[in-house]
Design a protein around this ligand. Structure first.
Ligand code: ADP
Length: 227
């Protein structure tokens, strides 16, 4: 049994709107996300998956309940270290890319933001891991295919050597073949790096390939918890 990196207990979250109580996005979620394991999170659109992902990343706070990160309250985790060790990848890779930056700069940006020394070697290493040829270093995001762009976003998420990824439908905008290739690249990276992840997806095949276990959300409640 792997230790939980994230332990969520009684998580509830509502957004303002529709009546007095607002929109209940999550109601009483208990979920453990183990170290070094990929947990898939599925459920219909509007079930609360992205809300859960944002709470895990500390982007938004739950109204009720607690998130423990490596045994301590998430709010107490040192921000800079947390941002380094836990990375988010979105469906739209452009969210992680400044359109004016070159690929080299996009991928190295987290190193700069963390004020870590870098000489380009780290960038080339993660590009190779994501099967991106060095010839792309000088391109702008707009000059890449959707698959290349998402591989750049994954390389950027890996460059700080995090221990955990939160992936919010990272392959949903890609064609089947491209998506499957990325799933396999990501799976290899997770194995090699002993990475844990929360993987939001609708795609059975991707979940089968990548995930060690699965949680299913329906209207803000877990109807199937990971084994
Ligand atoms: P999923 O990722 O499963 O599609 P979300 O977490 O995005 O679900 O949304 C869950 C519910 O919360 C939906 O009813 C959605 O409309 C609502 N919601 C999500 N984000 C916001 C927001 N920023 N403001 C208001 N309502 C929101």
């Amino acid at each position: 049994m792997n230790a939980a990196r994230f332990a969520l207990r009684g998580i509830a979250k509502s957004y303002p709107g529709r009546g007095n109580g607002g929109v209940a996005a999550l109601a009483g979620i208990d979920l453990d996300l183990p170290e070094g394991r990929v947990t898939a999170l599925t459920g219909r659109s509007g079930a609360g998956k992205s809300t859960l992902a944002r709470i895990v990343m500390g982007f938004i706070r739950a109204d009720n309940g607690s998130v423990r990160y490596r045994g301590r309250p998430l709010e107490e985790a040192p921000q800079r270290q947390f941002r380094r060790d836990n990375q988010m990848v979105f469906q739209n890779p452009l969210l992680a890319c400044d359109p004016l930056f070159s690929v080299a700069r996009v991928i190295a940006e987290p190193l700069r933001a963390q004020r870590l020394a870098h000489d380009g070697g780290e960038t080339l290493a993660v590009m190779e891991e994501m099967e991106l040829p060095p010839a792309l270093l000088g391109r702008r995001p707009a000059e890449l295919s959707g698959g290349e762009l998402q591989r750049v976003a994954l390389a950027r998420a890996l460059v700080l050597r995090p221990g955990f990824l939160v992936l919010d439908e990272p392959f949903s905008a890609l064609d089947d073949l491209t998506a499957l290739r990325l799933v396999r690249l990501l799976k290899a990276a997770c194995r090699r790096r002993r990475l844990g992840a929360l993987f939001i997806s609708h795609h059975r095949r991707h979940i089968r390939e990548l995930a060690d276990n699965e949680a299913v959300l329906e209207r803000g409640r877990l109807i199937a918890a990971p084994a």
